[in-house]
Design a protein around this ligand. Structure first.
Ligand code: SAH
Ligand code: MG
Length: 212
């Protein structure tokens, strides 16, 4: 069963970077993970304005669980002024810094997902260091530089329960298609660790099952 049409409309209306077919695949993978490891939460690293979070929130509701959405809401490098993915409407005029939290809250409010989506506002590695719950589903779509990707791999993947799922966005094995860190610093180490087995791919989305 795909995401219900009303919720899907909210996802498609939200600002962000998740293509519709990859969002649908994310949804399917999360619902399956919720059934495979019942009772455990989902967690997203990198929510921006909540676009991917709507697919995950819908999946969490369908699976009877919740999703923690981790983001400092100050934007990644490529979202800053002067870079390709900058949007002046998500700059706080008081501080002059990016702040996607108000837009994120609007997205989750309008999609009526506030009962299952919980924002965690902070630096991903610091949140990961204090995280205690095993996860049914982990979606990594945060900082795409070498260091942020490496830290997300190290900080978050140990929290995926055996039988749970790791999904990674913007995985480009061919450098001609995009930046390499999600592939080199997250996907490859996950497979090479022997803990994760790839189970599907849709566009730049890779889905892996934790097997050990
Ligand atoms: N998943 C979103 C896009 C995320 S963009 C969508 O589908 O539209 C990447 C996000 O990661 C940005 O919002 C940025 O603020 C966040 N981010 C980058 N590095 C981070 C870090 N170290 N800690 C927390 N959030 C981070
Ligand atoms: Mg992405």
């Amino acid at each position: 069963m795909p995401l219900e049409p009303m919720l899907r409309q909210h996802a498609l209306a939200a600002k962000g970077f998740m293509p519709p077919d990859e969002g649908d695949a994310l949804y399917e993978a999360a619902v399956a993970a919720g059934a495979a490891v019942p009772g455990l939460p989902f967690l997203e690293v990198g929510s921006y304005c909540g676009r991917s979070t709507v697919w995950l929130g819908g999946a969490a509701r369908a699976a009877g669980t919740v999703v923690f959405a981790v983001d400092h809401h100050r934007g990644s490098e490529e979202n800053q002024a002067g870079w390709e993915h900058h949007d002046t409407s998500v700059v706080d005029p008081r501080t002059g810094k990016m702040d996607t939290l108000p837009t994120f809250r609007d997205t989750i409010h309008d999609a009526d997902l506030e009962d299952v989506v919980f924002a965690v506002v902070g630096q991903s590695p610091a949140v990961a260091a204090h995280w205690a719950s095993p996860l049914a589903f982990l979606f990594i779509d945060g900082g795409h530089g070498d260091e942020p990707a490496r830290l997300d791999y190290e900080g978050w993947t140990p929290h995926v329960a055996v039988g749970g799922t790791l999904a990674i966005h913007d995985v480009f094995p061919d450098p001609a298609d995009g930046g390499r860190p999600p592939y080199e610093r997250i996907f490859l180490p996950a497979v090479q660790s022997g803990r994760f087995r790839p189970i599907s791919e849709t566009g730049s989305l890779r889905v892996l099952r934790r097997s050990a």
